[in-house]
Design a protein around this ligand. Structure first.
Ligand SMILES: NC(=O)c1ccc(NCc2cccc(O)c2)nc1
Length: 243
């Protein structure tokens, strides 16, 4: 997959390039290209932003530099999905990461200041938000999205299985997990996990995922697809948690 990022702060992406994306890029699974659209600002002062028509506080990103940068991208040999990052976008979730991980090329447009000139939206196929909060720019949001997408690209992680089994990719919160020692300062690992009894372990994990999801994220419950085997677990949980 090729990922291009239009940004005023390409240096923000260096840590990503030097860490999680390094191996993926070396292995040829991923290519990340950074474009500083300030390089496409025509005016001698290299202006990329300007005051809003109609007044109001703050500055907006001008259309020309971003249009010029987009037009200068190599011709899209492949399908190219252009994503505008802003608080006005659809909230990014795991299913969106999954959907984008199947694309051949993604282009992220990161905005700064108080927003974009509306005509910049005509360049984008989608608009995505990391969540309902305002940042100084879209770069951190783009990095998070790139991380979530990259780890789903076959071969990037190595053990795809863990990406597949992620709780958020099945809509439930993860069950409690333990590793050695079996007894840490008197805090013991649940016996069932030491039993080697795989059916019981699977049951315990599903029940604890259900418990945790009900308790911490009741908003996710409506999306859970309940299996027949869940009903006895739900009854046990109801009894354990009845007021
Ligand atoms: N929640 C997010 O994904 C997010 C994205 C960007 C951003 N800041 C730059 C910006 C860009 C566009 C409009 C705008 O109002 C602010 N802040 C938060």
């Amino acid at each position: 997959m090729k990922i291009t990022v239009l940004t005023l702060f390409p240096e923000m992406f260096v840590p990503l390039q030097e860490s999680i994306l390094k191996r993926a890029q070396a292995a040829g699974h991923l290519e990340v290209k950074l474009v500083n659209f300030r390089d496409y600002a025509l005016s001698k002062h290299k202006n990329v932003d300007d005051v809003p028509y109609g007044g109001g506080a703050g500055m907006l990103l001008k259309p020309e530099p971003i249009y010029a940068a987009m037009r200068d991208l190599p011709l899209a040999q492949r399908k190219r999905k252009v994503i505008l990052i802003s608080p006005q976008g659809q909230v990014f979730r795991q299913e969106k990461a999954k959907e984008w991980s199947a694309e051949e090329e993604l282009v992220f447009i990161c905005g700064h200041y108080e927003g974009f000139d509306e005509r910049i939206r005509n360049l984008a196929d989608e608009e995505a938000s990391l969540g309902d909060y305002v940042l100084t720019g879209g770069e951190l949001a783009a990095m998070v999205m790139i991380d979530a997408v990259a780890r789903l690209i076959p071969g990037v992680l190595g053990e795809e299985a863990s990406a597949e089994e992620d709780s958020h990719s099945i809509g439930l919160l993860e069950y409690p997990q333990y590793t050695r020692p079996a007894d840490f300062e008197g805090h013991k690992v649940p016996e069932v996990l030491l039993s080697g009894h795989h059916a019981q372990i699977k049951r315990w994990r599903r029940k604890e995922s259900l418990r945790r999801t009900f308790l911490r994220r009741p908003d996710l419950v409506s999306n859970i697809f309940f299996e027949a085997d869940d009903y006895p677990l739900l009854e046990e949980l109801r009894l354990e948690h009845e007021e």
